[in-house]
Design a protein around this ligand. Structure first.
Ligand SMILES: [Zn+2]
Ligand SMILES: [Zn+2]
Length: 448
């Protein structure tokens, strides 16, 4: 059997329905610094592509000059800015950039999809020459590669049953096979042609209907989340996809990660300790210290010797923090301090999760009233119309800090009306543990 074995841990991927459900696709070919594919290669690839996806294609060619080094190589930032400028907002479509080479990269190019760049294929003439199978006419080989990248752009290969090396296909006679090896050479020799078509499984992939909940026009900012949603919809029994989406949400301090982490734990994720740690962090964020503690302890119990990972260190720091929080609560009660227990937890978590911000906040509180102008400004900016950038740099920074504004404005809100003196007094008297060496950013939210 010529086919490769599928990867055991492959997942079903979403097709790119934004492209596949279009009436027509626009393909822009941009020749950077005069570098062109061999004559006829693009046309050949696009004809095959249109046949596969059954959508008419409109093509446009253009030229672009970009700064490059003496060898004609583009630096990565230059490439990024070209991609952002040229491919964003052109929909539905794909932009093909033909460059000499990219600094530090030897590959033939690839498909790039991202918030900033839209749908883009980058082809490196040097990389192609390096890989070119010498006996073949260059135009034929370029056509195979261009078709391959365009098919990645529509989301192939999509199903795990024949997925290999990421989004590649196990069939060496299929255009989505990942490499040139004896299998693909033998197939090409036997069939007397290069792989300009898809295998049956890849053709069936293309016929998959959109998964439930697929949104026709996800806002650009949520594109990544949209893809993760699709991954979850397509792999409902795979704990990894829940953990992947949870990682995305955790990085943004978004407690919607909680149900995903619970699911990953229930389905027996291989890195279950990481799931507990992340869920503990999210429970803290929604002001549930008891559940948070249970999760940190559950994660720590799973440790089987060896060195402490950053996640373990973070969990230990978190439990110390929870101890300090419990002490603060007791102290407040014993000394009849006028503090709201919920706000006490909330301000404690603020200190734990956003240390830098908490320090600034403590410095800017008016000692006479205990009120914070900074919190007031943030609350105002959060309510105000979007678009106007805030005047102060500090305020702008706060508004951009992941999850911070949502955290402050969620009930009970920290909006500048609160007298913070009692809370800050408790924070100074009962600090949340001396262990400040572990950076929170390195907390190893690595359950994916
Ligand atoms: Zn590929
Ligand atoms: Zn295939």
């Amino acid at each position: 059997m010529l086919r490769r074995r599928p990867d055991p841990d492959a997942v079903n991927g979403p097709l790119n329905y934004a492209l596949l459900q279009a009436e027509a696709l626009f393909v822009d070919v941009v020749n950077v610094n005069g570098i062109r594919p061999p004559g006829g290669a693009v046309e050949r690839a696009l004809r095959a592509f249109a046949r596969q996806i059954k959508i008419p294609i409109e093509t446009a060619f253009s030229e672009l000059n970009a700064p490059a080094n003496a060898k004609g190589e583009l630096a990565e930032p230059a490439l990024q800015s070209i991609l952002a400028e040229r491919s964003r907002g052109r929909r539905p479509g794909i932009t093909i950039f033909v460059v000499q080479a990219i600094e530090g990269l030897r590959c033939r190019g690839g498909y790039i999809r991202g918030q900033e760049v839209g749908e883009a294929v980058v082809l490196s003439a040097s990389g192609m020459r390096r890989q070119l199978v010498r006996v073949l006419p260059a135009a034929r080989w370029w056509a195979v590669v261009i078709l391959h990248e365009l098919l990645h752009a529509v989301g192939l290969a999509a199903r795990k049953g024949h997925a290999w090396r990421g989004c590649h296909c196990t069939a060496p006679w299929c255009n989505l096979y990942a490499t040139v090896d004896w299998r693909s050479i033998l197939c090409a020799a036997l069939l007397c042609r290069l792989p300009m078509t898809l295998c049956r499984q890849c053709r069936e992939d293309l016929e998959q209907p959109p998964p439930a909940g697929w949104d026709e026009s996800p806002p650009a900012a949520d594109r990544e989340l949209g893809l993760l949603n699709a991954l979850v919809a397509l792999n409902g029994d795979n704990p990894r996809v829940y953990a992947m989406r949870a990682d995305y949400l955790c990085q943004r301090q978004d407690p919607r990660a909680i149900p995903d982490l619970s699911r990953a734990i229930d389905l027996g994720h291989s890195r279950v300790a990481g799931c507990y740690f992340n869920r503990g962090q999210m429970y803290l964020l929604i002001g549930d210290p008891d559940r948070a503690r249970a999760d940190f302890e559950a994660g720590l119990r799973l440790r089987s010797g060896g060195e402490l990972t950053p996640s373990h260190q973070e969990a230990i720091r978190a439990t110390k923090f929870l101890d300090a929080l419990a002490l603060r609560r007791e102290w407040a009660r014993a000394n009849n301090l006028e503090v709201n227990p919920e706000l006490l937890t909330k301000i404690g978590v603020l200190e734990y999760d956003w240390q830098g911000f908490f320090g600034t906040l403590a410095e800017t509180v008016d000692p006479a009233t205990g009120r914070s102008v900074l919190l007031e400004e943030i609350a105002k900016a959060a309510k105000g119309p979007k678009g106007d950038p805030p005047e102060s740099k500090l305020l702008a920074e706060c508004m951009e800090t992941a999850g911070l504004v949502q955290y402050l404005t969620a009930a009970p809100a920290l909006d500048g009306a609160v007298d913070l003196r009692g809370y800050l007094f408790l924070a100074r008297t009962l600090p949340t543990g001396p262990d400040r060496t572990v950076e929170h950013a390195a907390s190893g939210r690595d359950s994916g």
